[in-house]
Each structure stands twice: as C-alpha cells, then as structure tokens.
Design a protein around this ligand. Sequence first.
Ligand SMILES: Nc1ncnc2c1ncn2[C@@H]1O[C@H](COP(=O)(O)OP(=O)(O)OP(=O)(O)O)[C@@H](O)[C@H]1O
Length: 260
Amino acid sequence: MATPLLAVERLSKSFSGFHALQDVSLEVGEGSIVGLVGPNGCGKSTLFNCVSGFLPFDAGQVRFRGTPVGGMAPHRIARLGLVRTFQNGHATKRMTVLENMLMAAGGQTGELPLQALLRRPAIRMQQTALLGRAREILETLKLTRVANEYAGNLSGGQQKLLALGRAVMCDADLIMLDEPAAGVNPTLVREFVSMVRDLRDRSGKTFLIIEHDMKFISGACDHVFVLSAGRNLSSGTPAQVQRDPRVLEVYLGKRHAAVA
Ligand SMILES: Nc1ncnc2c1ncn2[C@@H]1O[C@H](COP(=O)(O)OP(=O)(O)OP(=O)(O)O)[C@@H](O)[C@H]1O
C-alpha cells in the first residue's frame, strides 16, 4: 500500500493529567479530502496543534510522507509541505488582502538583503509570478473585489476564504483547515465546498478539515474520522459515519440513537 501523506500513529497528549488525546490514529491519503469531527472538547484542535508542531505530544508519532515530524518546529513542518489555518484566521488585519496573500508565500529568492542586490532580475520575475498567482487564487475565492481592502475590514466568511487563500499560497501539499465554515453563510459554505474540491482536483492538494457543519463534511469529504473524549470513535465515508450508532449516540444521546 502507498505511504499515506499524513499518518497519525497512536498519538497521546495530556494537560496536567487530563487526557485530551489517547492513542489516536488516522491516515490521510495524497489527494484526498478528509474530515475530522466530534463533539466539543473531544480533542480535534489539540490534534491539529500536535500534528502541525504548535504543541508537543506525549506519545505516538506523526509522519508526513513517512518522515517523523514529532518535535519539529511549526515552520519546519510547514516547509515540508504541511500548513494549517486557525479558527480565527490569523491574517494581518492592517495589511490588504493582496499583501496578506503575498506574505503567505514564504521562501522566495531575495529574502536576504545581499541576495536581493545580487539577483534583482530573478526577484522581479518571481514577484511578478507571485502576484499573478495571488490574483488567480483571489479570483477563485471570489475575493478580487476586496483585494485592496484591509483584511480587518472583511466579513467573517471572507476572512475564512482569505485563510484558505493564504494556505494555498504557501504551496503546501497538505492543508489543514480548522472550522472553515464557522460563521460563514450557507450560500458561501456551498461555494467554499466547491472551491476546496476544485483545488484538490486542479492542483492535487490534500485537505484535513475540522468542521461541525455536516453539510460541509458530506459535500466536501471523501472520508471522515470521528473522535469522542480524546479517542478514535469511528471512521468511514460521510454517509457511513452518519449512520454509525456510536456516532449518533455521542451526538444525540442513547435514546435518540436507538430510534434514528
Ligand atoms: N492548553 C490547554 N490546557 C488545558 N486543557 C486544554 C488545553 N487545550 C485543550 N484543553 C482541553 O482538552 C480538551 C480538548 O480540547 P480541544 O480544543 O482539542 O477540543 P475540540 O474538539 O477542538 O473542541 P471544539 O470543537 O470546541 O473546538 C478540552 O477538554 C479542553 O478543555
């Protein structure tokens, strides 16, 4: 079997003796769109933080393209091709949307002053290419109209789209989205789903997505992992997990699960 792009292997993480994650495992295949769901407090964000290097974990391993990334700093993991968004967006509010996009594309030639002096034509070409790419992504995300607005002036939904755009701009292979549909109006959620699928189909991006909105999960994801109280509960296609009595029980309670 091919090595999965991301493998989380028996990951555990405690906070002062409280087990936020216990032996959690999941795999994300290249080019797939995978959902991570579960009731509030079940450990989804903790898992994202551990995978992306923002939190150390206690036991288990995270492999990206087979390489263990446990203990690596977030920027090193990002350089390998794994980036994540945050629930609150993390865009710089006093820069324009376009500037935020350009900032997200790290690792350009000429970031050091000496390089900048020696390689001016190369830098100009690279800047033109980046600008073109940023404009193209903003067009896909329907943000062209607000490209020169301060990011702080965008609506909640537009901020989410900008977070997605910045992640795509990094040119990462795996993009982890933390609640992309929270606070986004239903029409925009549908567009967001088709944009994510489009980015996967056209650019071969892989996505791991935390989301409470089951319409988003059903519309976007090929596969879903369900956590409950810091442990793996279920996994399968969106339709399979929504029929799983264990999942119905944690979401709806035992009595409802029996009749659902
Ligand atoms: N830094 C921390 N210190 C102490 N406890 C924490 C910390 N971070 C998370 N927790 C606890 O770990 C558990 C899992 O939290 P986490 O935020 O990962 O859940 P979640 O599934 O993302 O929840 P939500 O859907 O509400 O965002 C919760 O009980 C939370 O209170």
